[in-house]
Design a protein around this ligand. Structure first.
Ligand SMILES: C[S@@+](CC[C@H](N)C(=O)[O-])C[C@H]1O[C@@H](n2cnc3c(N)ncnc32)[C@H](O)[C@@H]1O
Length: 885
């Protein structure tokens, strides 16, 4: 009260006489203020009077009290609150808005109730009143008296203070942007409304306007609307809004924006100052302003050349890059048209996507695909995963991982450590650049049982792009040399070995020593690589901005997207591949970091948490381009009917020379796996496309003269996923099961590992001797060298409980034709392991076999393994035994 000058008070008087009895309130003091501002100040400061025994209330006229009561009975008592001059509903508000100074020179006070006379003249102002009483005074802010019938909708923002109809329109992507992200999946309750002036979204737009003294006239560039413009805007919208208000037509945020769009159209160039929704592009050395400017000029020319709007969508959709604003010649009409086309395009893709979903659902594929169907085993696995994940999160926090809440843990995966080791200083809140921390982190990880569930996956992204570029020979920039790639790969495989070597502390220590060796991959290597990639991409980006992509650019851009996400942000390549259009549309911009954050929900087979990708502005542009132009061009729009799928399967088996009886390798599951590997989620490819991938994955490109130890083999070993074989009844009499080839193998190709428990040879020999005589034990031991022997007696090994280890089931053969496989020890992933290698070309359908290297009577006198004998002597022995027996 002390802050108020005496002349800011109007008349004041005590209403009635004070009652002296204790329980009865003192008579209120009514105070009138000279201006609404003063009244507001007092009202805003009323909380300071808490516990003082003084209360400040707004003194409503009967008319306003009745309106408030009516509103409360319509919308519920709790949903309606009241502030000075304003009645607010919880969902949004019905309110009166004082007009900005230049339009009206006095505040006016009405509700947007239909009974108001909208044609009334301007009201005359009377100052509000305040009431003071003593000794227990009540301060009451009186409602300013309206001396004219209610006038409404005089302020530019008033029309937005309408109720937002609680319709679930979250399926419409353009709508999703306009309403609260919280409503996704839930019953919508709170909606955000877009302010037509600053284009920011607000839960309570009226409050935003109040804060801006009745009109938000500032755009995001910090420029103010001229008074004239604001007035014109208001005038334009007035009639329309008055009508809607009269009819109690409440509109959605999108309608509000369209209204503003209408206004804009009527306004012409003066509204070009409307802010863009997106931030301005940031210049980088590979994405220059000149390029963008050029692209925007080209686009403009193209748009004007194109007469058919459909064609414009096709040819220009790729041109959705943010171009620097050139207000002089970029007409707002053209801009509008473009933005319409863009949203039209997204709508198309959205419809297409949901169509595909429906089709998949119809064929029962969707549930399998999205893992909605949980067998008991799957559910158990998932529960275990979640448990581990929680433990893991706790540990990682202990290890110093401080992920920002704002990014919802975008850097939460172990793989990201590689990045932080290299660029640790940049993201210092993550503190992962010390060797000790990494060691601690990994040991904790091991305690959580995380021994590389996703091992090698992260390496894919790195290697895919780097190898791709280096394989381009003369095209590749000099920065990308093989030595560099090798050093990248060694840094990348650090994690893999790390995860594996968690078993022993000594190995862990050795790995750390090696990885932090200054001669291994350095920060400079990393920078060089990045520079090389950017140099390589420069012409592609130029083509991209000019909409002159050549066919191979699709691959370039796809690979680059993988590179960006996996190399720069440490995610699996599955993240960009599985990113849905909706997820991209729901991206949010984080001012402080100048980053777009996108959350990708299903980024790996068993996604538990969303993966967050933080993209810089130019990167976001490339992503947009990728999603709107490149990815759709790479996929086919439909899934074939089941009958057609069968036909394709048959063709596939014929093409690959697989006998009809062995087609079971091509199960729906393997097809689904291939689809997943392609990485599409919204835009599921056709089976033909799967077929190509399937072939690529399974048929080696090389015909080596020596068994080849490459990434592919390492991956097979680590995952124990062996392709091109199946288990069926053996052709050898009494042999039980055997392994058959389902694809051709080439001479010297590594076919499978004999996988099992590794043990010391001395120990194995002892065990082996104790088992002699038991046919079902002794033949599952395979000696690698003097130190190591594999015990493959267990059906499933401890490290791959869910995998079929084919190697242990391959039968013996030592006759004249010779076996089609031979055993060979190779070092893969740092360990010497026994493999079966093709001795000649093997055709699909052959039973796989190798010489066990043991001969009858080799071990104990009197102990003979019948199956080792030639068929003739076996028969003889059998009949001799029968006669004896
Ligand atoms: C390593 S296992 C091979 C998988 C085995 N067939 C199964 O069904 O589990 C070795 C055992 O297979 C059988 N076996 C392997 N080669 C055989 C052959 N050529 N003839 C008969 N039996 C054979 C013997 O019983 C031998 O002990």
């Amino acid at each position: 009260m002390n802050d108020l000058a005496i002349n800011q008070h109007g008349k004041s008087h005590i209403n009635g006489s004070a009652n002296q009895t204790e329980n009865v309130k003192s008579a209120p003091v009514l105070v009138k203020f000279s201006s609404l501002d003063t009244a507001r100040k007092v009202f805003a400061a009323k909380s300071k009077l808490a516990k003082s025994g003084v209360f400040v209330l707004e003194n409503l006229t009967k008319k306003r009290r009745d309106l408030l009561n009516a509103a409360r009975s319509t919308f519920g008592p709790r949903s309606m609150t009241k502030e000075i001059e304003t009645i607010i509903s919880e969902e949004s508000s019905i309110m009166t808005m004082p007009a900005p100074g230049p339009i009206l020179n006095a505040p006016e006070h009405t509700l947007t109730a239909p009974e108001h006379d909208l044609t009334a003249p301007k009201p005359t102002l009377t100052a509000p009143e305040l009431t003071l009483t003593d000794p227990k005074p009540t301060l009451t802010v009186a409602e300013p008296t309206l001396t004219a019938p209610g006038q409404t909708l005089t302020a530019p923002g008033t029309h937005l203070a309408s109720l937002i109809a609680p319709e679930d329109d979250s399926r419409n992507p353009s709508m999703t942007l306009a309403i609260s992200k919280d409503v996704k999946g839930k019953k919508p309750r709170n909606f955000f409304t877009i302010c037509p002036f600053c284009r920011r979204s607000f839960y309570k737009l009226d409050k935003h306007f109040l804060a801006k003294k009745g009109s938000c006239s500032k755009n995001t560039n910090g420029e103010f609307w001229s008074v004239k413009e604001a007035k014109e805007m208001h005038e334009l919208a007035k009639d329309e809004l008055a009508e809607r208000s009269q009819n109690k037509t409440y509109f959605l945020a999108s309608q509000v924006s369209s209204l503003v769009e209408e206004t804009k159209t009527l306004h012409g160039p003066s509204t070009s100052a409307l802010p863009q929704q997106s931030p301005p592009i940031v210049e980088t050395d590979f994405f220059s302003r000149e390029q963008l400017s050029l692209s925007s000029q080209i686009r403009r020319r193209r748009v004007s050349e194109e007469s058919d709007p459909e064609d414009v969508v096709d040819s220009d959709e790729g041109g959705s890059l943010y171009a620097p604003e050139i207000p002089e010649d970029e007409s707002s009409e053209e801009e509008e048209e473009k933005s319409e086309l863009r949203s039209e395009y997204f709508k198309k893709e959205w419809n297409w996507t949901s169509d595909i979903r429906k089709k998949m659902q119809k064929h029962g594929l969707y549930d399998v695909y999205t893992k909605n169907v949980k067998t008991e085993e799957e559910a158990k696995k998932m529960a275990k995963g979640i448990e581990l994940m929680k433990k893991f999160e706790k540990w990682s926090a202990e290890c110093g991982e401080r992920s920002s809440r704002k990014f919802r843990n975008p850097f939460g995966c172990a793989q990201k450590i590689v990045y932080f080791i290299l660029e640790g200083t940049k993201y210092n809140w993550l503190n992962f650049h010390s060797a000790e921390r990494v060691e601690l982190f990994f040991s904790k990880l091991a305690e959580c049982g995380m021994k590389g569930s996703s091992r090698n996956k992260y390496a894919q992204g790195y290697s895919r792009f780097v190898k791709y570029i280096t394989s381009r020979g003369s095209d590749a920039p000099p920065e990308l040399n093989i030595a560099l790639v090798n050093s990248v790969m060694s840094a990348v495989s650090f994690l893999d070995r790390k995860q594996k070597s968690l078993a022993t502390a000594e190995m862990r220590h050795r790995e750390l020593q090696r990885t932090f060796n200054p001669n291994s991959f350095t920060i400079d290597d990393y920078r060089n690589l990045k520079a090389g990639v950017e140099k390589f991409m420069a012409p592609v980006i130029t083509r991209l901005t000019r909409n002159r992509l050549v066919e191979e650019d699709h691959t370039n851009i796809t690979a680059y997207i993988c590179f960006l996400v996996s190399f720069m942000y440490g995610h699996r390549p599955g993240v960009p591949e599985n990113m849905t259009v909706t997820e991209f549309l729901n991206r949010h911009y984080v001012e402080e970091q100048k980053m777009f954050v996108i959350l990708v929900e299903k980024h790996k087979t068993a996604s538990i948490k969303s993966a967050g990708v933080a993209l810089s502005e130019p990167e976001e542009v490339i992503f947009r381009k990728y999603l709107s132009f490149v990815r759709p061009a790479l996929v086919k729009p439909d899934l074939p009917e089941p009958a057609r799928a069968e036909e394709i399967l048959k063709k596939m088996s014929e093409k690959r020379g697989i006998g009809a009886d062995l087609t079971e390798a091509l199960t729906e599951a393997s097809l689904q796996m291939a689809i997943r590997r392609l990485g599409y989620q919204d835009t599921v490819p056709s089976l033909e496309e799967v077929q190509q991938t399937y072939r690529r994955f399974r048929i080696p490109k090389l015909f080596p003269s020596e068994p080849l130890v490459d990434d592919y083999l390492t991956q097979c070993v680590l995952n124990q996923s062996w392709l091109g074989m199946t288990v069926a009844q053996s052709l050898n009499k009494g042999a039980g099961q055997g392994v058959y080839a389902t694809i051709p193998f080439y001479k010297n190709q590594v076919v499978v590992e004999i996988h099992g428990k590794r043990m010391a040879t001395i120990e194995a020999n002892r065990l082996f001797r104790s088992l002699l005589g038991e046919d079902d034990g002794s033949n599952y031991f395979l000696t690698v060298d003097q130190d190591v022997t594999i015990d493959a007696r267990e059906e499933a090994c401890a490290c791959h409980p869910h995998q079929q280890c084919f190697g242990r089931l391959v039968n013996h053969k030592a006759n004249e034709d010779g076996p089609n496989l031979k055993s060979k020890a190779l070092v893969v992933d740092g360990l010497k392991r026994p493999f079966l290698v093709a001795t000649r070309d093997i055709t699909a359908g052959e039973e796989l076999c190798f010489d066990y290297g043991v001969r009858p009577g080799q071990f104990n006198e009197g102990y003979e393994q019948m199956f080792l004998l030639p068929e003739k002597s076996r028969k003889r022995k059998r009949s001799a035994r029968d006669q004896q027996g």
